[in-house]
Design a protein around this ligand. Sequence first.
Ligand SMILES: Cc1ncc(COP(=O)(O)O)c(C=O)c1O
Length: 339
Amino acid sequence: MGDHFTDHHPAYEKMASSVFQDVEMASPIEVFALIAEYNQDPHQDKVNLSVGAYRGNDGKPWVLPVVRTVEAQMANDPTLNHEYLPVAGLPDFRTAACKMLLGEDDQGIVQNRVCGVQALGGTGALRIAADFLKKQMKYDTVYVSNPTWGNHKGIFKSVGFSNWKMIADVCAEKKLFPILDCAYQGFTSGDLDKDAWSCRYFSSRGFEFFIAQSFSKNFGLYNERVGNLCVISTTSDAMVKVRSQMEIIVRTTWSNPANHGARIVASVLNNQPLCAEWPLVVLVTGIISSSNEECSVTLDSMSGRINMCGLTPSNIDYVAKAINSVVTGAADQAQQSRI
Ligand SMILES: Cc1ncc(COP(=O)(O)O)c(C=O)c1O
């Protein structure tokens, strides 16, 4: 061996230290730190309302029956194998995913101006979108929504505006590039088409835009990391060029995506009887935060969202009491500070 591996090499003289010694400790990732705290909490009635995932009444993760059906079919299908997927992902999945989002009769789809790039969950779709926009388009500013006074929406809606129409107007006027994040299609109304309204509206206005699509929640496939980046362009020629650049980004990021979850989604979306078995639950979003010492309820403390699936017939009274005590406690404190 060359002498750069001998005891005299400076790296060996500093053996007691590490090349990583100056690396700073990162702050904990909020939601995972919260789950770790929940797991360590000895409280016997603790309730976990944090990460948004399906749960049965026993509080245990629930696999959708249609997912079980397709997995059994896949396990018994000798034609399936573990070859690498194409860089842009499973074709049947990408096509079905874009159609689910925009509708089969979307003009972009009919005119071949839309493509999907399979991604590692909705997060992966957002990541490759950001990468493309920064590298290829040289964009360096992103505007994201901020929670607002709830009545703004009500007032504008009541005179015939919808927020999405206003957002689309601003995007058109300021020539902004829209990226929509669709992580819960079907969960708001229980209807896939209704929940995709904003995506379809942007498409009908002729925007060029991206939609990051996640199947983590509506298929309960969280750790399978199934997502799709839907690219909507005004010409097929431009779409093909964008897709080629996306493939370069994918190749250098995760090389090519995983098959299992994408195949499950594609099998359901492309098969009417299986699709009919696919239940969609309505997600109720609540703005509730904090916990107190007598009760132990773990919420998504950053956003104030709660996972309604964590509520079961056996813990709902307990959670209601905990929320009541936190809210009235906070109200009492506010009252005192005014005095
Ligand atoms: C609004 C929103 N967008 C995107 C994601 C990311 O989804 P995925 O787990 O598929 O990466 C989530 C996940 O919680 C989400 O809530």
